[in-house]
Design a protein around this ligand. Structure first.
Ligand SMILES: *Cc1c(COP(=O)(O)O)cnc(C)c1O
Length: 393
């Protein structure tokens, strides 16, 4: 590379990633093939529109690429193309959620989503996000005692708020989400159901977490978390007709992504997504996904054994929250101390937190990245010991 300044920064970041222990729940390490596709000449091409209907010439190859990526996405989750449509153009998870809301909920309408401070995501209608300014959020959380979703309580919120769209899934919820109960809730109040599987998409692909597809109208996922692809997102939507309209849900979503929200798709990212989708359909990925969950369970258990409180008492996924304030350490200090010991986590609000987001009561811990690096249960035991020593002193 001629640009030595940037080359040095890339080298420095590579070294950092190779030497630190990455426990950030939303991160992973992609394969060299994914990196190669991402750094390919596809980045040079403008391809506004969809395969077979572009606004620029020279798109025969990008058409093949985008069709292949869509086909692989449907195949990975065993979806019938007659029943499900897929859009692989979203730049990332946040614009993808914005596109779904913009497609399905009139501005000013109500969206029921998990509160950010209870484990939800900004883009599920939180007030600081544009999704909370254009739409009104009916927030839901977890039960104070169990720290798990209380479906009876949620049904009450749904009946009272009558949202147009209910969103299931979050960024810091460690338990299996009961999609069937969400479906029942949506049907009861005549709402559509969006399942945001950004965090657990790789676990679903590997059979380590229940599939949301039998229950959802729309499934959104980022591709760079447990799915281990480049930074991008995919929107799956059921081919359901919209009452009193010639349009279907996929029509609305495709129009919302382009030209509603985005311009030219990032063909290089789509190429890298396609590579990751194929990798995720291999038998080795199934093993990977199971190991991710076993590692998270082991790490949570070993920390508990050393006296640390884990929110909801454990995990069914790749992530969990640890209440550090219970032992007098704020989440900010905990994450800084761990970083000095070479362990990277993020500070995180815990349910019913009495502290503030900039210095909350806990940290979020995830095992997707370290499992890619080959760590197993015995390594989790050692890691728990190191974390305990670092935080206890
Ligand atoms: C990460 C995440 C997103 C947003 O993805 P970005 O690529 O960071 O924009 C949306 N929803 C959930 C549940 C997420 O975890």
């Amino acid at each position: 590379m001629k640009d030595k300044e940037i080359q040095n920064l890339i080298k420095a970041e590579k070294r950092r990633q190779e030497t630190a222990v990455d426990l950030i729940a939303s991160e992973n390490f992609v394969s060299n093939d994914v990196l190669e596709a991402l750094g390919s000449v596809f980045t040079n091409k403008y391809a506004e529109g969809y395969p077979g209907a572009r606004y620029y010439g020279g798109n025969a190859v990008v058409d093949d690429l985008e069709r292949l990526a869509g086909k692989r996405a449907l195949k990975l989750y065993r979806l019938d193309p007659k029943k499900w449509s897929v859009n692989v153009q979203p730049y990332s998870g946040s614009p993808a959620n914005l596109a779904v809301l913009h497609a399905l909920v009139p501005v000013g309408g109500k969206v029921m989503g998990m509160d950010l401070n209870m484990g939800g995501h900004l883009t599920h209608g939180y007030r600081a996000s544009v999704t909370g300014k254009l739409w009104r959020q009916a927030p839901y959380g977890v039960d104070k005692k169990t720290e798990c979703i209380d479906y009876g309580g949620l049904m009450k919120i749904a009946k009272k708020a009558k949202p147009k769209l209910i969103i299931a899934g979050g960024s810091a919820y460690s338990r299996v989400v009961d999609f069937k109960k969400f479906r029942k809730m949506a049907d009861t109040v005549d709402a559509l159901l969006l399942i945001d599987m950004s965090h657990f998409a790789g676990l679903v692909a590997g059979g380590a977490y229940p599939s949301p597809f039998p229950y959802a109208d729309v499934v959104m996922t980022t591709t760079h978390k447990t799915l281990r692809g480049p930074r991008a997102a995919i929107i799956f939507s059921r081919r359901t007709a919209i009452p009193h309209s010639k349009l279907s849900i996929p029509d609305l979503i495709d129009r919302s992504v382009f030209p509603g929200l985005q311009g030219g798709p990032h063909a290089n990212a789509i190429a890298a997504v396609a590579v990751a989708l194929k990798e995720a359909s291999a038998p080795a990925f199934k093993k990977y996904a199971q190991q991710v969950v076993r590692n998270a369970r082991t790490l949570a258990f070993e920390l508990q054994k050393r006296g640390w409180r884990i929110v909801s008492g454990g995990t069914d996924t790749h992530l969990f929250l640890m209440d550090t304030w219970e032992r007098g350490i704020g989440g900010k200090e905990a994450s800084e101390r761990l970083e000095k010991a070479g362990i990277i986590v993020n500070k995180n609000m815990i349910p019913y937190d009495t502290r503030k987001p900039s210095d909350p009561s806990g940290i979020r811990i995830g095992t997707a990245a370290v499992t890619t690096r080959g760590l197993k249960e015995k390594d989790m035991r050692r890691l728990a010991e190191r974390m305990d020593k670092t935080l206890s002193r």
